[in-house]
Design a protein around this ligand. Sequence first.
Ligand SMILES: Cc1cc2nc3c(=O)[nH]c(=O)nc-3n(C[C@H](O)[C@H](O)[C@H](O)COP(=O)(O)OP(=O)(O)OC[C@H]3O[C@@H](n4cnc5c(N)ncnc54)[C@H](O)[C@@H]3O)c2cc1C
Length: 603
Amino acid sequence: MAEYQTHEHEVLVIGAGGAGLRAAIEASALGAKVAVVCKSLLGKAHTVMAEGGIAAALANVDDRDNWKVHFADTMRGGQYLNNPRMAQLHAQEAPARVRELEAWGALFDRTPDGRILQRNFGGHKYPRLAHVGDRTGLEMIRTLQDHGIHRGIDFFMECTVLRLLKDGGRIAGAFAYDRERGFFHLFRAPAIVLATGGAGRAYQITSNSWEYTGDGLALAYEAGATLMDMEFVQFHPTGMVWPPSVRGILVTEGVRGEGGILLNKDGRRFLFDDIPENYRAQTADNEEEGWRYTQGDKNARRPPELLTRDHVARCIVREIREGRGSPHGGVFLDISWIKRKLPNAAEYIKRKLPSMYHQFKQLADIDITAEPMEVGPTTHYMMGGVRVNAETQMSDVPGLFAAGECAAGLHGANRLGGNSLSDLLVFGKRAGEYAARFAQQSRPATPDPEEVEAVARQALAPFESYSGDNPYQVQRELQEVMQNWVGIVRREEELHRALEALGRLKERAKRASVTGNREYNPGWHTALDLHSLLVVSEAIARSAIERKESRGAHFRDDYPSQDPAFGRVNVVVRKGADGTMQVTREPLPPMPAELQQIIEEMK
Ligand SMILES: Cc1cc2nc3c(=O)[nH]c(=O)nc-3n(C[C@H](O)[C@H](O)[C@H](O)COP(=O)(O)OP(=O)(O)OC[C@H]3O[C@@H](n4cnc5c(N)ncnc54)[C@H](O)[C@@H]3O)c2cc1C
């Protein structure tokens, strides 16, 4: 018999980033008994790393902004594959969530007349990102933690959930292990909010930290929920490329929002050569106009560096492939050039981008106020995730909710920068509210003790295996497969090759063996993460095969154009009755006439 501690709550939140904390605060405000579980330390979730800001149509810097413009920008950025109701709720509710954060103590940068300052970001028509220098996520997490910690929420840190448990068709709890001491926990709860963030660790080059192995997606999939839009992985155009030890670390889009420009090795601003037709009217075609835009000139058009991330990333890849890249396989991002425009440029850069200044100084010995950075695409964000109801955030499994990066729908084929932090607040709140209501109206649910035993046995299997299959080696090979064959530019033949390789890695992962004991054993933790990585990677590869066109973040070299047949369908993934992964196409929810009209007007 496995030994474990049992805990009873009404709402269990898995993940302590922005979405999880906001959900926990809301559920507890409604009187629910709430626990938050997180894989690392409290305060260390990805949200804390967010730099650029929170997108919300506050209209503080440009009074032409409003929810309709934000909605239309989000839909266009997502190539109209977004769930329209989610995009509407997000645009309408984001301003209130930002003001609420301010009321709870967040100190945003200010306009001269004392309102929340907003900055430009790719794909947003007006300056829209509320920010705190380039440390917005830190302020957001600090505020949510300060606010949440006094509400009597139970926190379990360094605790990884391995399996969701059901009672009949509905959620009954979760099984987890304590990373530090190695013992097991059984959480009983009729409502669970998944807020586990992304899956960037499925790739070799990523801005994501070690804990982002797609656990929430795999947990939901195994519990019978539907995953959606898994082919849409966002490759952020600007990650560090040198030195090798820091490859993939994010260089915020805020650098471009403050005037940074992208250059190839010949000093050419190559993005001027390739402005997509649907953005041409809004995009500057000369340096002077682009600069005036970043300085707040309302009559100027945005520089091409602020086109959507998918487009900018592909242009960078083209420059590198065609031999016009920088010495270490990237291109140049230059903010120091603004000294030609501003007498106090160095001070301006240090004030607006303090983290970037220190990041490059300390990690690459580069002074960004004086010389250009070398940058290249890095795996950054999952647009795909758990399919949820737009109003409640509940998945197809009764009692299972999802919010934040691990949920799908809001961003469609490509997320706009800044739209994640607002997503966390808007839909974190909704998930917490509806999870609390669901729990309060539910009969008690009981996990099956035999299932609990089986999960515990599986978790300990790597200690019993003597195959010699090293979990780190399996993880590294998986990352290589995804980077090389399921990356920014995809081809059918390579995607199939990736699936075959993933099949072989799945067999090796089952046999993975570890030594030592259960107290803080990173080899064991890596072995346990492999299942999530494999599920997520397979779902990405299979969905990428299914979408035989190029749209947003998904680019198929063998189908380089958009195909109208895919214009109104999501690719969805479910676990079949025989245990294999099933991929189908399903129509998007219908677009209400009033939302269609907004899109037409904004065009
Ligand atoms: C460097 C960087 C900069 C960014 N800048 C911006 C920006 O300026 N604006 C913007 O909008 N977006 C930005 N993003 C994206 C944004 O930060 C993330 O998408 C967002 O923070 C995700 O929040 P979340 O609450 O969904 O999850 P996270 O903040 O990622 O938190 C996930 C939580 O789940 C826990 N967890 C995971 N698996 C398990 C498990 N099995 N068991 C228990 N707990 C688990 C983790 O420990 C963590 O606590 C940035 C991302 C990065 C990496």
